[in-house]
Write a new protein. Sequence first.
Length: 358
Amino acid sequence: MRKLTILSFVMLLGLLMSACHRQQLEDWYYIRASIPISVDWSVCGVDPQNVSVLFFNESDGSIALQHFYENNTSKIQSYVEVPVGKYTVVLFNELPGQIKNVSVSNRDNFNTIDAVGKKATSVTLPIAGDTYLTEPGELVSVIVEHFEVTSDMVYYTNEPFWLDMISLHESKDDITDDAEALMFLVPLNDLSLFEMKLHILGLNNSRMPALVNLRNMAETYEFKDRKDGMSPVTYQSTNNTRTYDNDEKKNGIVSGNISVFGVLGDQMSVSDQPAGTPIMLDVRFMLVDEERTIVNRAYDITDKITFKKLDNGITLISLYLEDPEPLPDVIPEGSGGESGFDTSVEDWDVIDVPLVAE
């Protein structure tokens, strides 16, 4: 009888230990939800090499999880294992330091994450005191707020039947489950494009391209408020062309585009532009005379620019300006009176000045 009691106790203990072990394995296996991700890049027009997905705790904005994957054309492009919690999710193109002339920084908290431009290392005829940025590449993102992973999601999102079901979805309209909130995301461009048309009298007296400095624009983009930062910088460009008004080829328009972060603060207005920091357009013309005289024109364009949000997310900042003061008439270099000589970007680069590193 005693042996039977001992044997029964041993068997019962074994069963209890086995049950505990099985529960531990089950708890270990079902510790995170398997969340699918798919992105439609066609609207923004960007085809990235990689994708970054950051999860921030909704309670305090702290970073909870970073997920990176190689962009692909699969219906479900990636799965990310996410623990129970409430999150703000930020998805953007490329790895944080992979975007041309842009670095996604301060990623420890949703309240501080931003994109920062790259400072120029050399500039032609720099304006004293100005900080110059190189033109940024493409930054596109989408933010999903109030994304919640529940304990139920932890279990059913790991089941084969659920994974098979979501693979059949064709669009956002097919989604009925909160666990699919990161499917069919449509990121948009976060930065701006400055578009300039400047009408100049006596344009025939200038070589092209002109040297353009766009001053007191933004250095950063802040994801949380979807605004640009308040630190003013200058962008320089020589990528512009001229179009004459008529066959006389005397007066005409200097035009060009510059990729920028945007104006300070609100991307769609100058409401946040400080009164003492107006948006300035500084244009330098190299004349066609033998001395290659440089004429400088500076315009306060704060109240002269217009804003338009394009379908791909880009903020288009447009300027059309007429300068009433003509460029001075000069005798063209070695032309016997003919004008219209062009210069090249390299001619400007001869007087390129390195900037002192900060």
